[in-house]
Design a protein around this ligand. Sequence first.
Ligand SMILES: Nc1nc2c(c(=O)[nH]1)N[C@H]1C(S)=C(S)[C@@H](COP(=O)(O)OP(=O)(O)OC[C@H]3O[C@@H](n4cnc5c(=O)[nH]c(N)nc54)[C@H](O)[C@@H]3O)O[C@H]1N2
Ligand SMILES: Nc1nc2c(c(=O)[nH]1)N[C@H]1C(S)=C(S)[C@@H](COP(=O)(O)OP(=O)(O)OC[C@H]3O[C@@H](n4cnc5c(=O)[nH]c(N)nc54)[C@H](O)[C@@H]3O)O[C@H]1N2
Ligand code: SF4
Ligand SMILES: [Mo]
Length: 702
Amino acid sequence: MSITVETHCPYCALDCGLKLHVDQGRVTGSTKWKGSPLSRGGLCTKGITAWQQVHHEDRIRTPLVRWDGRLRPATWDEALDAAANGFLKLRDRYGPAVNAVLGGGSLTNEKAYLLGKLARLGLKTPHIDPNGRLCMTSAGAAAMQAFGVDRAMTPLEHLPAADVVVVVGANLPDAFPLIMPLVTRARRRGTKFVVVDPRGSKLVKDDDIHLAVRPGTDTALAAGLLREIAVRGGVDWPFVTDRTTGADDAIAATEGWDLERTSLTAGVGITEIARAASWIAGARNGMILHARGVEQQVNGVQGVLSWINIALARGWAGRKGCGVMPMTGQRNGQGGREHGQRCDQLPGYRSIDDPMDRAVVAERWGVTPEELPGRGRTYVELLHDAERGAVKGMLVMSANPAVSGPNGARIRRCLDAVEHMVVVDPFMSETARYASVVLPGSTFAEEDGTITTTEGRVVRIDQAVPPIAIRGDLDVIRGLAHRLGVRDKFDFHTGREVFEELKALSAGGIADYSGLDWDALRDKGGVFWPATTDNPDGTEILHTERFGHPDGLARMVPVVPSGPSTLPDADHPLVLTTGRHRDHYLSGNQTRRIPAQADRAPAPILEVHPRTAAIMRLVEGEPVEVTSHQATITLGWIPNDRLRRDTVFVAWHWEGVNDLTDDALDPISRIAAVKHTPVAIRPAVTTVGPSVPALRGEAVGA
Ligand SMILES: Nc1nc2c(c(=O)[nH]1)N[C@H]1C(S)=C(S)[C@@H](COP(=O)(O)OP(=O)(O)OC[C@H]3O[C@@H](n4cnc5c(=O)[nH]c(N)nc54)[C@H](O)[C@@H]3O)O[C@H]1N2
Ligand SMILES: Nc1nc2c(c(=O)[nH]1)N[C@H]1C(S)=C(S)[C@@H](COP(=O)(O)OP(=O)(O)OC[C@H]3O[C@@H](n4cnc5c(=O)[nH]c(N)nc54)[C@H](O)[C@@H]3O)O[C@H]1N2
Ligand code: SF4
Ligand SMILES: [Mo]
């Protein structure tokens, strides 16, 4: 019998809807779901081929346990016993904090919630943090500080209602392809675009202002802009006075950042900065879309705060066509940072440090507040802790740090040092090579649940086929919980059952899901949180009357401009920045296996400005050697005249690219500064590339 199942793309956080075709228990294709929210059936190349991962020949179909140095097929009972016993032995010997959990933003809300519960109640460890630490934490920390809520302010469909849209460090055409129809609609309506990015993309049109900022200097550029907006009388004082605090200090902190100094520091022309300031100052409605370019920096939180100050100074909040929009990356990068898989957090965006929050959660979970572990360490720190022996057990579900972690050689040393590594993944990942137990994970089609889009819209994932390895992620969590002695607290068989517990527990939290209804989520095309029982239809536009802080006011935080931690020098004169290719997703463990995607982008290619290439004597068609303080790798290259001359760019979806990057962390968000690495380039003497492993046909690492 053949059926279709409405669900959402597994990759980026636009979460485009699609219909999966299921025939005789197999997913055989997909078609447009025209009634789906936001994209209305549109899909990019990745979304069109996503269904091919479900029954892919490389899927891990049986658990693997390392015996005599090799991963060999095992039964589920053997593998789950080995996984749990390894953690228990380490805990007996060294205490609970020796075990750590790395989660991920691809997990549904329900799995993220259960993984947090498993870490705290089952492993009894404070150490759980998701790969979203590498992604959304600068944005989240800044939003919490400024607004008291970490969510995009308004639906993306409202983009055409803005007079000006400022796009800061967001590569929209490649990273969020299905936002482009909205951009086109906005342009037709007369919306102006200011693009702040060292690399021009297909987004930038002739009538736009492109501020090709020197990487790592957004705080300076934003300070200069705020100063100029203030000088031009562009501060919306009635809004600022009624709805914010700190404006005077925030504006005072930009003292001295006149156009000349700003231009020199940020590497952008005076005229362009002045024009941008005049557009922004003159726009009643405006939106700022920001992403990883400004955030994955040692001053990532400050960078975001400096752009937020501009939005607040202009009164761009609380109404249609206005708002600050952190462009969340992974399909559930939003919900995955709300429900307790972060080291500082309990479900519903509750704080693990707050006694009231701890009391509520402890009571629901049937433990005392004292039994709930406190704040743990963050993602990259936990990996580094393994290198020094403080972490010896690691459960990895939906993360692939061997490819995506900064300073790859060090990450490999850290992974190697883990004594007991358990990886749950639908495909053999580079990280799973270090595992003592590999458990088959599920793809997006195999379990039900909910995810939360970049807009803050909660949507439903329906199961199309049962887990192909019999057990899915939820069963794995339940199986581990039983063996860790907390069977009674993990009696779940479906995502929907977990959803009911999660939503009840979120009541009163910042991310309040308590008014959501499983059936209504489908009928309404998703619901924006907060959604309470009094307001089950949810909240599309945030902050219409009050911001999230107890006094209802937003904070304008003074930002003193700062730069990157390691500056270019004579030996490393250029800055390498890393990002996305349209046809691959993150560590590539899914998309590199899909032939159409692999054919479109078979290997990483360095982009270099043609003038820089000429100075460095690069030859077209010949490889280039890239050297950072961390490593040297060899890549193919292409000219790109839309890049700054002092900047080179590469997409990082292949193992080896991150060998180049620096693992300096932002002091607040603990995000890694992968957008800024000083490098040298020269023609390569050999043609050896970074190790781009052949992924096809290595499902069983036996
Ligand atoms: N095709 C594809 N799409 C994806 C993903 C994917 O892997 N592939 N991943 C998803 C995820 S998890 C994420 S987080 C998002 C990421 O989405 P984005 O952040 O939009 O994507 P990136 O390509 O990482 O790059 C951000 C942009 O920042 C610019 N930039 C670099 N340095 C600076 C700087 O100092 N200041 C400013 N203002 N800009 C700078 C870069 O040139 C680049 O254009 O994409 C999501 N969508
Ligand atoms: N140089 C550089 N490095 C970066 C970035 C950058 O811009 N530059 N960006 C960073 C960003 S923004 C991010 S988000 C990180 C992400 O980096 P990663 O953690 O590497 O992300 P993924 O490739 O999604 O890896 C997740 C793993 O989970 C598996 N998986 C996917 N869905 C599921 C599921 O539902 N269940 C289970 N069990 N497994 C699943 C996949 O097969 C994959 O092996 O990388 C960061 N690293
Ligand atoms: S990757 Fe993003 S833009 Fe492409 S289809 Fe999936 S959700 Fe839509
Ligand atoms: Mo991300």
